[in-house]
Write a new protein. Structure first.
Length: 56
């Protein structure tokens, strides 16, 4: 099953560069740096986390 993920824009600074780091498989490694990646989830209970950093 493909899952579309998206980041909230609320609270992010306007005009400042922002970077994204998604861990899509729960293995503590960055799997995507896209703002809104798509990922195939393979099993129930997979963990997804993301970090957003303001580069200003």
């Amino acid at each position: 099953m493909q899952i579309a993920l998206s980041t909230p824009r609320s609270g992010l600074p306007v005009g400042n560069p922002v970077t994204y780091a998604w861990d899509l498989d729960g293995k503590s490694t960055v799997d995507s740096t896209e703002a809104n990646p798509t990922h195939a989830m393979f099993s129930f209970g997979d963990t997804v986390s993301f970090t957003v950093e303001d580069q200003a």
